[in-house]
Design a protein around this ligand. Structure first.
Ligand code: MLT
Length: 261
């Protein structure tokens, strides 16, 4: 599986994996703001944006292996790998399956626990609706209103409009596949203690999808992690507060380079 990937800038490779149900378009401000310090690679995960879905069974591990194949294709040995929400699930799977390729990890607005049975059932219902209806109405009704926080809703209507546009352009088959993949994902909490790479955990203060406890659980279980809460942002910190997000990543990258030297 060849992921369609925007690849810009120079320096330490930084791979950023997008949230559900968006695409690499969500990282616009990171490509603009971070490319002077990093080589920023933002793939469309399979089925989203410019990447095809392929024929594999739904699996977050498969998505993580796609990212390893991307690094192979780009001749990149090690990178900072980060993801937001679903992209964070893929990052966790990547750290489990390809630890030698992780220079540092960024886990934004995500969690390491698996789904509860109720959450899993909810995802299967959503997948079935997506497949039966052939459109993303269910995502616009159920998920979109919770993606951004009240500060963004109140003061940055254009940001909300942009997110809505990205959700609307998601292929329903890819969204259904990803829901099934997320429902089947393994619990990563037990694996965190074995992650050696420095990790930045980010959490939007107004996030109603991931809780502060989710972020804290990861930061406390990881041997080498820092937790930063981003004010004025809901679930999509990178889109809602791009400057604060980019500053945190820049600082993390600088500290990492100092350590590696
Ligand atoms: C996301 O933003 O990627 C999703 O909310 C993740 C999820 O559904 O668990």
């Amino acid at each position: 599986m060849q992921l369609y990937t925007r690849d810009i800038g120079g320096g330490t490779p930084l791979v950023l994996l997008h949230a559900f149900p968006l695409s690499s378009a969500m990282w616009l401000a990171q490509r603009e703001g971070l490319a002077t310090r990093f080589r920023v690679l933002t793939p469309d995960l399979r089925g989203f944006g410019g990447s095809s879905l392929g024929g594999d069974d739904p699996s977050i591990d498969v998505m993580a292996d796609d990212v390893a194949a991307l690094l192979d294709a780009k001749n990149i040995d090690r990178a900072i790998v980060g993801g937001l929400s679903m992209g964070g699930y893929v990052t966790l799977a990547f750290c489990r399956r390809h630890p030698d390729r992780v220079l540092g990890a960024i886990l934004a607005d995500t969690k390491a626990t698996e789904d509860t049975p109720a959450a899993r059932e909810g995802r299967i219902r959503i997948a079935e609706r997506l497949e039966a209806e052939g459109n993303v109405s269910v995502l616009l009704e159920d998920l979109l209103p919770r993606l951004v926080g009240p500060t963004t809703m109140r003061s940055r209507a254009l940001v909300y409009g942009r997110v809505r546009g990205l959700v609307q352009s998601t292929p329903p088959q890819a969204a259904a596949w990803a829901q099934r993949a997320m429902a089947a994902r393994a619990d990563s909490v037990g694996a965190l203690a074995g992650f050696r790479a420095p990790t930045l955990v980010l959490h939007g203060a107004e996030d109603v999808i991931m809780t502060e406890d989710d972020a804290r659980t990861m930061a406390e279980a990881l041997p080498n992690a820092e937790l930063i809460t981003i004010p004025g942002a809901g679930h999509l910190t990178a889109v809602e507060q791009p400057q604060l997000f980019n500053d945190a990543v820049t600082e993390f990258g600088a500290a990492l380079t100092r350590t590696v030297r």
